[in-house]
Design a protein around this ligand. Sequence first.
Ligand SMILES: Nc1ncnc2c1ncn2[C@@H]1O[C@H](COP(=O)(O)OP(=O)(O)OP(=O)(O)O)[C@@H](O)[C@H]1O
Length: 251
Amino acid sequence: MNLPEHSSVASSYDCVVAVDVSRQFGKKKVLDEISLTVKRGEIFGLLGPSGSGKTTLVRLVTGLDIPDGGSITLLGEPMPKLNVLSRIGYMAQSDALYGELTAQENLEFFSTLYGLRGNSLKKRIQEVAELVKLSDDLKKPVQQYSGGMKRRLSLAVALMHEPEVLVLDEPTVGIDPVLRKSVWNELDNLRRGGVTILVTTHVMDEADKCDRLAMLRDGKVIALGTPEQLKADSHSATMEDAFITYGGGVA
Ligand SMILES: Nc1ncnc2c1ncn2[C@@H]1O[C@H](COP(=O)(O)OP(=O)(O)OP(=O)(O)O)[C@@H](O)[C@H]1O
């Protein structure tokens, strides 16, 4: 079923449905009646310059904040809803890790919050450490980690409980190009395994890797579609040109 973006009727293929979502801080309208739908099993990108409202929107999607207007439904549940949290993995923009603990201890700590214990916990730690290429550094205190290593560990934390939905706020900031590629390969594998991924970025080549994306500017969706559609509709050869043509300015 192909529902219009503004539809308030959620299809079973819809993972996130945002309808006329607004959020204001003081007098500043950060999100202005945003409507979009993330389908199950896709990588959906939120692309926009700094301050365009990407983090604000993903915080609303995860239920960490409440909109002033409109509604958000995640996995069929109106947000915020506590029992949906175990089904999502959220990687915030700043790493929420314990510096004095090792990476392994961080993974253990966050996983016990999801009820993972014993051998299955150990096995899962090995799996996610392998995925983010941190297997050899699990015993190091996180305060000795580089910025990129911390990003990868945060991604590992978000993956531990095998969530159906991953919400990633600029997951590759501070990660070198080779590892960035491997992180995106992993996101691709997860998507193939049926995980839905909502990711914010202002890196244009990452936008190109999304199945669909919304371009945000000043709290509004200025364009929405597949990278190919957005480039074709704006007669642009690159996402960067498309973004500028749609009025996004320099990301
Ligand atoms: N809790 C808050 N109180 C006041 N203003 C806020 C708050 N959270 C966000 N803002 C403001 O809302 C605007 C959008 O911020 P947001 O973090 O959503 O942007 P962003 O697109 O994620 O930016 P970046 O790419 O730099 O992370 C900014 O002007 C920011 O200062």
